[in-house]
Design a protein around this ligand. Structure first.
Ligand SMILES: *[C@@H]1O[C@H](CO)[C@@H](O)[C@H](O)[C@H]1NC(C)=O
Length: 210
């Protein structure tokens, strides 16, 4: 039997429908322009509406005194994009693009101070009350206190813009008993907006290629 136009059309429809059903909530992360975010490549991250402050950056001062390791904070000025950060998936194999709901490390690049041996983001003490649960650098890739994932923001500010939130998931990297992931929020400490784990509104952010 010769294939008809109709059988081709049915076949194509079959491909389209099976391809568009997600097998899990794992999918490619997209930047502010809708482009796929590359794994292991530097990006700026910042709020959806930049009038709510600038991008995320490091600071090596707290209360006007030098601190080490540096804190991960939001630049107060909306014109500033902040620093750039590299998101690296920890799953096996070469992945070209970043995925949601997949364990990754967030790297700040080369150490800028003498005390900064490692530049992965980490949290010091999960059980501590704020401000001890602020995010700093000095973490180790795939360590339970540096075990982050990017997830879709549940109620995005704009349906047209891909926005995300971060979670810290120690038990996914073998740390302690199984427990839910911690949301990453903005925690205001003496006028400085820190990234921290907490129960407040999760920090909604977008990716922009550096
Ligand atoms: C994390 O944030 C989401 C979205 O706001 C919320 O539904 C969830 O309960 C939060 N989880 C925790 C552990 O606070």
């Amino acid at each position: 039997m010769k294939p008809t136009i109709l059988s081709y059309a049915v076949f194509i429809l079959f491909i389209i429908t099976t391809q568009s059903i997600p097998s899990a909530s794992v999918h490619v992360v997209r930047d502010i322009y809708g482009e796929k975010v590359l794994n292991n490549v530097p990006y700026y991250i910042g709020p959806v509406i930049w009038a709510r402050g600038g991008g995320i950056k490091l600071t090596n001062t707290k209360d006007h005194k030098p601190v080490c390791p540096s804190y991960v904070v939001q630049d107060p000025a909306e014109v500033n994009k902040g620093g750039h950060f590299t998101f690296t998936l920890s799953i096996d194999g070469e992945h070209m693009y970043l995925q949601t709901s997949s364990i990754l490390g967030i790297d700040s690049g080369l150490p800028k101070g003498l005390c900064e041996v490692s530049t992965f983001w980490k949290i010091d003490d999960l059980e501590a009350k704020a401000p001890s649960n602020l995010i700093t650098i000095g973490g180790i890739f795939e360590d339970d206190y540096s075990c982050f994932q990017v997830v879709d923001y549940p109620k995005p500010t704009s349906p047209k813009i891909h926005s995300y939130m971060l979670q810290l998931c120690p038990s996914y990297c073998g740390g302690g008993p199984p427990r839910p992931c911690f949301n990453v929020t903005l925690y205001q400490d003496k006028g400085v907006r820190h990234l921290a784990t907490g129960t407040g509104t999760p920090f909604e952010f977008v990716f922009q290629k550096a």
